[in-house]
Design a protein around this ligand. Structure first.
Ligand SMILES: C[S@@+](CC[C@H](N)C(=O)[O-])C[C@H]1O[C@@H](n2cnc3c(N)ncnc32)[C@H](O)[C@@H]1O
Length: 291
């Protein structure tokens, strides 16, 4: 479906101070430099904000403000962004606010419905139109409906294997089960989170992203927001594993930035018997399509 969302009247105006040689974005030199620092602190509206209520119904959304920074770095006004695992539409919200067009793919119809509500409710009414499309279905099918070379930037947060399918721990119980909020994406066997084996999951995720890259223009960028995790007493360096798998495809690694989650609570995992870290960061894996 296509939703037409409004953007601010000045969002498409050529910003002052942007170099005519800048083909990547609409940032000034000063803005570019500050955004190029490899550690970012996660931004958010806060759980009580009226525009956080749809977002929190998804068990693993990313912040539209963090995605906005990536879209602003890797696109110009009027360009098109693809999120192949769009969830409740954070990327499309960010794209609309920045005057970019967006395409999202999502398997779970409940999340698609929430994403549509979000675009209708959370964008200012006085914005000029952009095109925000949501394709319901499996990324492996829906991606082939996107025209080759029509996308300028891919940004997404994929499933983190099956970590949400585990028995709820204390944190999940207190923050989600108690409030009757979803704790995982669902039981659909097409959901990548339901792949049993980690190595198979990494390979299949890389295949999905490679398929999506057919819609990406040559030398376009792909940004993945991913977090490492623990399972069965082992630490899984998801960010490194997916980056390595994508380098076997048509991408090269350009950066591995850190997204510091300063707001997270510290839990006494393992204490006093074993060292278990509180993982309070995600990585932003930045890659460029080379073939
Ligand atoms: C980490 S979440 C993305 C959340 C999103 N960034 C947001 O802010 O709402 C990953 C999403 O991928 C979806 N998903 C899993 N397997 C999929 C598949 N095969 N095709 C399309 N979407 C899939 C899940 O339903 C889930 O919503």
């Amino acid at each position: 479906m296509t939703m037409t969302t409004p953007i601010p009247p000045d969002a498409t105006a050529k910003p002052a101070g942007v170099s005519p040689r800048n083909k990547l974005n609409d940032l000034t030199a000063k803005e570019w430099m500050s955004e190029s620092v490899s550690v970012w602190t996660q931004r958010g509206l806060g759980a009580q904000h009226e525009h956080a209520q749809i977002e929190r119904q998804h068990p693993a959304p990313f912040s539209f403000q963090d995605v906005s920074r990536l879209i602003a770095m890797f696109t110009k006004s009027g360009m098109t962004v693809l999120d192949p695992f769009v969830g409740v539409g954070s990327t499309l919200k960010a794209a609309a606010l920045l005057g970019r067009n967006g395409i999202g793919i999502e398997l779970n119809p409940q999340f698609v419905s929430l994403a549509r509500q979000r675009l209708a409710l959370e964008l200012p009414s006085d914005l000029t139109a952009t095109d925000q499309k949501i394709l319901l279905g499996d990324v492996r099918v829906a991606a082939s409906d996107i025209e080759s070379g029509s996308v300028d930037f891919i940004v997404t947060s994929p499933p983190y294997w099956g970590i949400l399918n585990k028995k709820p721990d204390h944190k999940v119980k207190s923050e989600r089960v108690k409030n009757n909020l979803a704790t995982h994406y669902g039981d659909d066997p097409r959901d990548l989170a339901n792949i049993g084996d980690y190595e198979t999951f990494i390979e299949e995720l890389a295949n999905c992203l490679e398929l999506c890259s057919q819609s990406l223009k040559p030398r376009g960028h792909l940004a993945l927001v991913v977090g490492d995790f623990r399972h069965g007493g082992r630490y899984f360096p998801f960010h490194a594993d997916i980056a390595r798998a994508m380098e076997q495809k048509s991408f090269i690694l350009k950066a591995m930035n850190v997204l510091y989650q300063r707001h997270k609570r510290v839990f006494p995992y393992g204490y006093p018997a074993a060292y278990v870290s509180n993982v309070h960061h995600q990585n932003i894996v930045i890659m460029r399509k080379e073939l």
